[in-house]
Design a protein around this ligand. Structure first.
Ligand code: MG
Length: 391
């Protein structure tokens, strides 16, 4: 029996677990070359490693075990052609279903031209951590021959905070805010990790094609996983987390389309024609009470459960974000903000600033200043993005 391999060694060399080997043996594949009569121990011939590799490959191709067993009996190449044909059919029907879903969502039309996407990539990521009372100037970027995208941002540490746990990302066509949870160190790290990974993941996906809704959703999932992994790696950060609200301007030019993702109670608003419309829905206990009719919408700022979030990055390995694909009015501004703004200022005050201050950077700075002056004690972060005006 010297030349035979015990099941443990065969398993290690074939990448098939003993449990899989037992189940394959049950349908007549990779039947052990020998079994110890007294111990029941199974042994395999080194010659069986080739067959094990073939089975592994077919399993990776998604071929059912019962069909592999049939194939191994006659090894007719016709089986492979049939499996390939089935794969093509399945891919086609899945693609058709996705295209139909896209059509239903009204996101079928008009993707940005390759040249525009390249230009946006070349602009590079520009992550900004708000700190102190300073605000970061927005820059202006041409994203199409017939329209421009401009933005501004500001972030300030709350009056009663030792450090700013909010973070923001401005990197056209991607913009985001995050509010760190879980104590000073953890919160600051969580919001930064979330937005770093959001930006990096979005760039990676853009590098392989045009940005679309899924690009943003994947980036949000990656951000969630990054926060989780950071916490797993450092037990002192247990309980840290972050909100995330991000917008991707998917189409350049005169017909901008937006994809917005959200986890937690930072918010995205659209401002157009003097009207401020909240796009995101808070993941908070209070919002749940409002939805259930138990709390009046105007009472949420004073509610004792105001600080309880029902979802946050870091609460699980991957948190699925809410996705919004709002209709975009002409000449709209997008406002992203953390709860430091919305708890301090009502929507009328916010709308008044957005209506009065055409420069997005000054509008963002003014909103943050007003929140502090209104008695807000939380970190406050604002990003204002002006969408291209239709030609
Ligand atoms: Mg906050």
């Amino acid at each position: 029996m010297e030349e035979l391999l015990a099941i443990g060694e065969f398993s290690a060399r074939s990448s098939l677990s003993p449990r899989m080997l037992r189940s394959y043996a049950a349908v007549g594949m990779l039947v052990p070359a020998a079994v110890d009569r007294f111990t029941g121990y199974r042994y395999y011939s080194p010659d069986q490693l080739g067959e094990a590799k073939l089975i592994l490959l077919l399993r990776q191709a998604g071929v059912p075990v019962s069909e592999i067993a049939g194939f191994l009996k006659d090894r007719d190449p016709g089986w492979l052609r049939r499996w390939e044909g089935e794969l093509d059919l399945e891919l086609t029907s899945r693609r058709t279903a996705l295209a139909e879903a896209r059509e239903r969502l009204g996101v079928d039309a008009w993707w940005p031209a390759a040249a525009e996407s390249r230009r946006e990539k070349e602009s590079g990521m520009e992550p900004v951590q708000g700190s102190g009372s300073g605000s970061r100037s927005g820059s202006k970027e041409s994203v199409a021959g017939d329209g421009t995208l401009t933005w501004g941002s500001a972030s300030a540490c709350g009056a009663e905070r030792s450090s700013n746990q909010d973070a923001l990302l401005v990197s056209a066509p991607l913009f985001a805010v995050a509010d760190g949870l879980g104590g000073a160190a953890g919160g600051e790290i969580a919001s930064r990790v979330a937005l770093d990974e959001l930006g990096a993941s979005f760039s990676r996906h853009v590098a392989t094609g045009q940005p679309d809704v899924e690009t943003l959703v994947e980036a949000a999932r990656d951000a969630s996983l990054a926060v989780w992994r950071r916490m797993e790696a450092d037990k002192s950060l247990e309980g840290m987390g972050a909100t995330l609200t991000a917008v991707a301007v998917l189409d350049a030019g005169s017909r901008p389309r937006l994809a917005i993702v959200n986890v937690g109670d930072s918010r995205a608003y659209l401002f157009a024609g003097g009207q401020l419309e909240q796009v995101t829905h808070d993941d908070s206990v209070v919002q749940g009470l409002i939805d259930a009719g138990k709390v009046q919408p105007e009472e949420w700022r004073d509610h004792p459960s105001r600080n309880l979030l029902t979802r946050a990055l870091g609460a699980a390995a991957v948190v699925e974000p809410d996705i919004r694909l709002p209709r975009v009015p002409a000449a709209a501004r997008v406002l992203l903000c953390t709860d430091g703004l919305t708890t301090a200022l009502d929507e009328l005050s916010v709308a008044a600033v957005l209506a009065a201050e055409p420069d997005p950077d000054r509008a963002a700075a003014e909103l943050v200043r007003l929140a502090g002056d209104s008695g807000g004690t939380d970190d406050t972060t604002v990003v204002v993005v002006d969408l291209p005006i239709p030609a």
